[in-house]
Write a protein that binds this ligand. Structure first.
Ligand code: G3P
Length: 218
């Protein structure tokens, strides 16, 4: 499963990319607002696209299809690995179809139901982003949505990739892997939670102490 980093912070992206941990990046207007106070959003996207080879999702902020298409075409000029993110609205799906027809990959975001995911695929989405954590937030079952979409896409040989999003903790990741999501986007905090284990730290400490007590060089 491909892992995307869910942030617009170039420092976090560089750190994860240097360790070879990520296959791409996803951003949204809220994430961009955190880092674009003193920089042009297009410059940030340019830097991110130079840091990672894989897909970098950049979201439109227009609400009408025409505006989304215009913004999408402009964003796509930044780099070949830009993916245009559009919301799962009727206008968003019209824009998805137009951008897809123009050869521009599209990530349809803010997906909260299996029927939305089906329609996004019909509109030609390259990626569908179901928001697991936000469904859990309102006492739903975000993982169940991923499983439903997986079954629907498999039933009909739909090629749209399931990009599990709004991942809040390692169990969301484990279940996405088990269900067979194609990719997952995770915030930096969760990425490092996946990496760390107290027994690794404890084991390493024991090895270092024993080695030190030997008093030799390797
Ligand atoms: O990729 C979508 C993600 O940024 C939303 O996550 O935690 O704000 O629901 P969250």
């Amino acid at each position: 499963m491909r892992i995307f980093l869910d942030t617009a912070d170039p420092i976090e992206i560089r750190r994860a990319a240097d360790a070879g941990l990520i296959d791409g990046v996803t951003t949204n207007p809220s994430l961009l607002a955190q880092v674009a106070k003193e920089r042009e959003p297009s410059d940030i996207f340019k830097e991110i696209c130079q840091t990672v080879e894989g897909p970098v999702s950049a979201e439109v902020v227009a609400l009408d299809a025409e505006g989304m298409i215009e913004q999408g075409e402009k964003l796509y000029e930044i780099a070949d690995n830009i993916v245009i993110k559009v919301p799962l609205t009727e206008e968003g799906l019209v824009a998805c179809r137009a951008l897809t027809n123009a050869g521009i990959p599209v990530n349809v975001t803010l997906c909260f139901s299996p029927t939305q995911a089906h329609l996004a695929a019909k509109a030609g989405a390259t990626f569908i982003s179901p928001f697991i954590g936000r469904i859990d937030d309102i006492s739903g079952d975000g993982m169940d949505l991923i499983a439903q979409i997986r079954q629907i896409y498999d039933n009909y040989d739909i090629e749209t990739e399931i990009l599990a999003a709004s991942i809040r903790h390692p169990q969301h990741m484990v279940q996405s892997l088990m269900i067979g999501a194609d990719c997952a986007t995770i915030p930096p905090k969760v990425l490092y939670q996946l990496l760390r284990h107290p027994l690794t730290d404890k084991g390493l400490e024991g090895f270092m102490n024993d080695w030190k007590s030997l008093g030799r060089d390797l």
